[in-house]
Write a protein that binds this ligand. Structure first.
Ligand SMILES: C[S@@+](CC[C@H](N)C(=O)[O-])C[C@H]1O[C@@H](n2cnc3c(N)ncnc32)[C@H](O)[C@@H]1O
Length: 274
């Protein structure tokens, strides 16, 4: 029999990195069916053989580089606990900043919003939980992503989101007050891609140095926005200037880039003129 404390010490010899201690505790808490406070309160608690084997299986996957969210098949985003698997991008805290911006822009309005490329449903469902009165459409090219997003909507009993499959604007009908998207924006030769090998490449990589989907979204959004409607786009930290330039060329006004929690330019938006 091994105690929580022993296993923590042993595992910390194996798993390295800034978040190693937190990740080990998260795996341990998962295996025990407890929260992390339990681990701190009961360091002498002994694991059963079955729990020990289960923990080692999960730790091994982490040591092989699989992200924690894919091992546990869950990731917290905004105030939702989202189901994820290797078919969808793991939602990032940086994207929460963009959710916050959309909520601010739409404050006090009865909006119709589309989240283009919804993945796990992170953006659409965060907006839906804050605004049950908004009419939200979530799209994705990938049927597998949409299935996860729908599952997450059901998990949180969010009924004001419609899911439609297709490429960008293709499945949309009517006009929207806001179009929001976190599209693929990484260049195919970006060295950071090797750190993201467990995530679906179709969610990450775009042609034209990462700008192809962003360009498509900027130039084709006009027909789907009401007058004074907003287009809000996440992008790479080095793409702010390029995206602002695209938005300006397409005739958007009030073009602005905002920063993520790490202080990097992360999303830009503009308003369709009257
Ligand atoms: C960066 S991920 C964002 C996922 C999610 N919105 C988030 O923020 O976590 C990009 C998403 O766009 C989808 N996608 C890629 N190409 C697309 C296209 N042509 N039309 C619609 N969705 C597309 C991918 O399947 C993926 O779910």
């Amino acid at each position: 029999m091994i105690t929580v404390q022993h296993l923590q010490l042993q595992s910390r010899q194996l798993l390295k990195g800034d978040d190693a201690a937190l990740e080990i505790d998260t795996l341990l808490a998962h295996v025990l069916g407890k929260n992390r406070t339990f681990l701190r309160t009961w360091p002498e608690h002994e694991l059963t053989d079955v729990q020990f084997d289960h923990f080692h299986q999960l730790l091994q996957q982490r040591l092989e580089g699989k992200p924690l969210a894919y091992i546990l098949e869950v990731r917290d985003f905004w105030r939702l606990s989202l189901q994820v698997n290797s078919k969808v991008l793991i939602p990032r805290p940086d994207t929460e900043c963009m959710v916050e911006a959309v909520l601010k822009l739409g404050d006090g309005h009865q909006w119709r919003v589309a989240d283009l490329g919804t993945g796990s449903g992170a953006i659409a469902l965060s907006l839906a939980i804050e605004h049950p009165e908004w009419e939200i459409t979530a799209t994705d090219l990938s049927a597998e992503s949409l299935a996860i997003a729908q599952l997450n909507a059901a998990k949180h009993q969010l009924t004001n989101v419609t899911f439609v499959q297709g490429s960008w604007f293709e499945p949309l009908t009517g006009k929207f007050h806001c179009l929001v998207s976190n599209p693929p924006y990484i260049a195919a030769d970006d060295p950071h891609l090797s750190d993201l090998q467990h995530e679906p490449q179709h969610a990450l990589v775009a042609a034209d140095n990462g700008l192809a989907d962003l360009t498509h979204l900027v130039f084709l959004s006009n027909d789907f926005l009401h007058e004074n409607g907003w287009l809000v786009l996440e992008h790479g930290f080095e793409q702010g200037e390029a995206v602002r330039s695209l938005l300006t060329q397409a005739g958007f006004q009030q073009v602005t880039t905002e920063y993520d929690y790490g202080g990097n330019p992360r999303y830009s938006y503009g308003q369709k003129p009257c």
